[in-house]
Design a protein around this ligand. Structure first.
Ligand code: NAD
Length: 424
């Protein structure tokens, strides 16, 4: 990030924002607080080349930016995702560092994790003392990694404590909670970003580029699945009050979000069919699986399957009038693989290519995007409005599954209507 001046903020804001008013607020808030504390362009050390020009080779070291110039982040909830993916990802982040932890077990788990990541033991809070975040000057943002129904409360409290918010998906369990989160962050003039890591992941971004370039012709349909077999029936994901639902809001949301980010459109009607194996204790409160369909204004459609009872399947294919592109797998933390098919010009044969891209840490990418947006007073690619739209559509999907009919949604004109600009 570079040092900010008011002129640059307002120029970029006006050019790039879909909401000048929101950005003006952010510019004031960020320009005078975070940006004055968090600044500087990450640099890296150049390494001498080893390989011939025919080879691809990285000749730089990871980004170098001293701790005091990084965005300080409090990680809220030390469960699987936080411990296994998010905290290790700070090592790959160009512009963030972890400066506080919030956990139900500060003295044991919290202290051990703090020691591992060099967090000041005084900056390990329990949930009851969460509001003390306002006293921690080196915490600029929180990353909420709690069960879904707790996202709203901890986002609103973070905004009131003067912190920006990165919140895990699904944004919340109701449309009303999503709106409450957006309003609280807007009122506090703080950035709200939803952690849709796929929208920062290189293969998904490349597939979006190909699909929108016209190379596949007119986009016709997307076929997606995201499923995994859940175990322990006592886990919070299977308790409706904490999760808001079963496979759909946890993993089906990836298919739904992909249909939206690949096409850029918003669906105007949805249908759904859900099923749970009778007497399976895992599915006493939430659905095991759902098949759902979306129709978009251009005629583009999506057919999706999500399940908590099938073996890992995380992929999608977008089909156009001239070709198709697929990611299989599409949604894991790493290992994405792409194929693109098009008829060879002047021939009856088809070319199938398999582009290979440099793998990047998805959580570091989204953390750096957050820091960049805060530093430049820019709306995130995946703001609260993006999360709200998924929750709105999922609510319609449950309604369609219950009624057995088609549920209509208000038409949203334009492409990427709820998204901010992409960096890089
Ligand atoms: P987890 O169960 O491993 O961790 C949840 C944490 O919340 C635990 O530390 C737990 O102690 C704490 N917690 C606080 N209050 C709780 C309560 N009342 N009940 C239960 N736990 C409580 O879950 P996770 O897999 O880390 O998921 C956390 C969030 O991250 C969820 O919103 C989930 O959807 C999201 N997630 C996102 C991805 C992704 O790829 N972006 C992947 C996994 C999970």
């Amino acid at each position: 990030m570079q040092r900010l001046d008011e002129a640059r903020i307002s120029r970029r804001g006006l050019l790039q924002s879909t909401s000048a008013a929101t950005l003006a607020g952010l510019a004031v808030a960020c320009g005078r607080s975070v940006a004055s504390e968090v600044s500087g362009e990450p640099t890296s050390l150049k390494l001498p080349p080893l390989l011939s020009a025919s080879e691809s080779e990285k000749n730089d070291s990871p980004a170098l930016l001293p701790p005091e110039k990084r965005l300080g982040v409090a990680v809220v909830g030390l469960g699987r995702l936080a411990l296994q993916e998010i905290l290790p990802a700070f090592a790959a982040s160009k512009s963030c560092r972890v400066t506080a932890l919030v956990t139900g077990d500060p003295s044991n788990k919290g202290a051990r994790v703090a020691a591992q990541y060099g967090v000041n033991p005084k900056s390990v809070l329990n949930y009851d003392h969460y509001d003390r975040l306002s006293d921690l000057q080196d915490v600029h943002a929180v990353y909420i990694v709690l069960p879904n129904s707790l996202h709203a409360e901890f986002t609103v409290r973070a905004a009131r404590a003067g912190k920006h918010v990165l919140c895990e998906k699904p944004m919340a369990t109701t449309v009303a909670d999503c709106q409450h989160m957006i309003d609280a962050c807007a009122e506090a003039k703080k950035t709200l970003m939803i952690a849709y890591r796929m929208q920062y992941e290189p293969y998904n971004r490349e597939l979006i580029r190909i699909a929108r370039s016209g190379a596949l012709g007119k986009l016709k349909s997307l076929l997606a699945s995201n499923g995994q077999a859940q175990g322990d029936p006592k886990q919070w994901r299977l308790k409706k009050a904490l999760s808001g639902g079963g496979a759909l809001p946890d993993v089906g949301i990836y298919c739904l979000n992909a249909a939206r980010y690949v096409s850029g459109e918003e669906p105007i009607e949805v249908q759904a069919m859900q099923y749970s194996t009778p007497n399976d204790p895992r599915f006493a409160e939430v659905e095991e699986q759902m098949n759902f369909s979306l129709r978009f204004p251009s005629g583009f459609t999506a057919s999706c399957f999500t399940s908590y009872g099938c073996h890992d399947s995380k992929r999608y294919r977008v089909m156009g009038s001239l070709g198709w592109a697929e990611l299989d797998p599409a949604f894991p933390y790493s290992g994405q693989s792409m194929r693109v098919a098009r008829k060879r010009e002047g021939s009856e044969n088809e070319d199938i290519t398999q582009p290979r891209l440099e793998a990047k840490n998805q959580f570091a990418l989204e953390l750096d995007h957050l820091a960049d947006c805060i530093g430049h007073a820019r709306k995130p690619r995946t703001p609260g409005e993006e999360g709200l739209q998924d929750v709105r559509i999922m609510t319609a999907l449950y309604e369609a599954a219950t009624s057995g009919g088609t549920v209509k949604l208000p038409a949203v004109p334009g492409l990427d209507a709820f998204r901010g600009p992409l960096d890089g």
